[in-house]
Unconditional design. Structure first.
Length: 110
């Protein structure tokens, strides 16, 4: 009797599961070396106000398809409450790396 009850419970439990699994997750995103450097710089300099590119103290930046030149200008000169990041704070290669990371964020969202 006990064996039959356990078998029925096991079958019932299995029958309650989903009929099929969802699609498999894709492989984790692979960043280029420049995008990875941009990610590190973004976390250090930008993430406090734009957490993960989303809105925080500053507006969301992961859903604004800005041209790279506009992003560079905003980083260098600031906009509204956003401070400017001078050459002493970030060199041109570092700004380019942040822009590459932001472009990758936008592509990942699409």
């Amino acid at each position: 009797m006990r064996t039959t009850l356990l078998a029925v419970l096991a079958f019932t439990t299995l029958a309650c599961g989903p009929a099929r699994r969802g699609p498999p997750f894709g492989a984790p995103r692979q960043f280029t070396e420049q995008e990875q450097e941009g990610r590190v710089l973004f976390m250090r300099h930008c993430n406090q106000c734009h957490p993960g590119g989303a809105a925080g103290l500053g507006p969301a930046i992961n859903n604004k398809p800005l041209p790279s030149v506009a992003m560079r200008t905003q980083i260098r000169h600031g906009v509204g409450a956003m401070p400017a990041f001078t050459d002493e704070m970030l060199d041109d290669a570092q700004v380019d790396a942040i822009v590459a990371f932001l472009n990758d964020l936008q592509e990942a969202k699409d």
